[in-house]
Design a binder for this molecule. Structure first.
Ligand code: 13P
Length: 345
């Protein structure tokens, strides 16, 4: 385990004014996204789409790393035939890899899930490192319901996250530790706060027990939001305050970066929430607060692309714009004016 390399990679991932592009949709998830725009999901169309995203000129001004899926890590740019990890590295963008095998039903706990993928992970990490990946991602899913989450579900997922993180560090790769509490449901923001705090405390306990080096990891959590079907939706300021308060209580200061997932928020809200947190100048925040968005970075570009090569330029303008707005939000400098000024036509 190379401590210096881990620290440097984690710091680079959490550079101010930059964040992470999550483009690691598994094939079934990518197929779902393509269905929404009427495009068939084949190895070739997925390759063309990812190539469009990654070859966006100037994206490296706001993107420090890209999370890839196994198939994508082995693919090449459409024009030029350069492997994606090499292409990204040459641009100064760190390539990362999703290594979990998905959230599967947790036996004995109806409606709850535990993420699989630990078996054989050491060997897979070694191969991914050789292919150029310098960080990894593992996503755990926690559901809020009438009787959920159970402590069994939180503990099983925390344990798996910690074992994954330890294996990544052994392989000199920075683990992105992603415990995602889904925001589907009618619960209010207070319930989100409670569940997020309990989950984070359990995850950091497990990381401590597995001897994970906190300075060499990145946390990728949900924000503390009102459930999407809750009648009373918290304001942007309330979300920012609840999220920062919760994280100050549960996330050690040694963690260099907290890069949020967007989790089904609109593009605008995902940017506004992040900006509001970073604009809270009166609160000392020991970690960088940034983004690791999938949908909130890609939605507009996916729609603009529509599977048609002739739309590549428009789609690239759309992703560039969202990356720029979110880059500004990492330092509390995003504004409505900026949103409008640089909106692509
Ligand atoms: P979203 O930002 O679309 O939630 O995706 C982030 C991610 O990587 C989920 O694992």
């Amino acid at each position: 385990m190379n401590i210096e390399q881990l620290e440097n990679t984690a710091k680079a991932m959490a550079t101010p004014e930059k964040g992470i592009l999550a483009a690691d949709e598994s094939t079934p998830t990518c197929t779902k996204r393509f269905e929404s725009i009427g495009v068939a999901s084949t190895e070739q169309t997925r390759n063309a789409y990812r190539s469009m995203l990654f070859t966006t000129e100037g994206m490296e001004e706001f993107i420090s790393g890209v999370i890839l899926f196994d198939e994508t890590l082995r693919q090449n740019t459409v024009d030029g035939g350069i492997s994606f990890p090499k292409y990204l590295q040459d641009k100064g963008v760190l390539p990362g890899i999703k290594v979990d095998k998905g959230a599967k039903p947790l036996a004995g706990y109806e409606g709850e899930k535990v993420t699989e993928g630990l078996d054989g992970l050491r060997d897979r990490l070694a191969e991914y490192y050789d292919l150029g990946a310098r960080f990894a991602k593992w996503r755990a899913v926690i559901t809020i319901g009438k009787d959920t989450p159970s402590s069994a579900c939180i503990e099983a997922n925390a344990h798996a996250l910690a074992r994954y993180a330890a294996l990544c560090q052994e392989a000199d790769m920075v683990p992105i530790v992603e415990p995602e509490i889904l925001m589907d449901g009618e619960h209010d923001i207070d319930v989100s706060f409670e569940v997020t705090e309990e989950t984070l405390r359990t995850v950091f306990d497990a990381l401590y027990r597995e001897d994970v080096y906190l300075e060499g990891m990145i946390l990728k959590p949900n924000m503390v939001l009102s459930g999407y079907s809750c009648a009373k939706q918290a304001s942007v300021e309330e979300v920012a305050e609840a999220t920062v308060t919760c994280f100050l209580r549960a996330v050690p200061a040694a963690v260099p970066g907290i890069c949020f997932l967007s989790g089904g928020q609109s593009d605008l809200l995902a940017t506004q929430h992040l900006n509001a947190m970073n604009a809270m100048d009166e609160v000392v925040k020991p970690w960088k607060l940034s983004f690791s968005y999938g949908r909130a970075l890609q939605q507009a570009a996916l729609k603009a692309w529509g599977g048609d090569d002739s739309n590549v330029e428009t789609a690239q303008k759309a992703i560039y714009h969202r990356a720029k707005c979110n880059g500004a939000a990492t330092v509390g400098q995003y504004s409505e004016k900026m949103e409008k000024e640089s909106t692509p036509v």
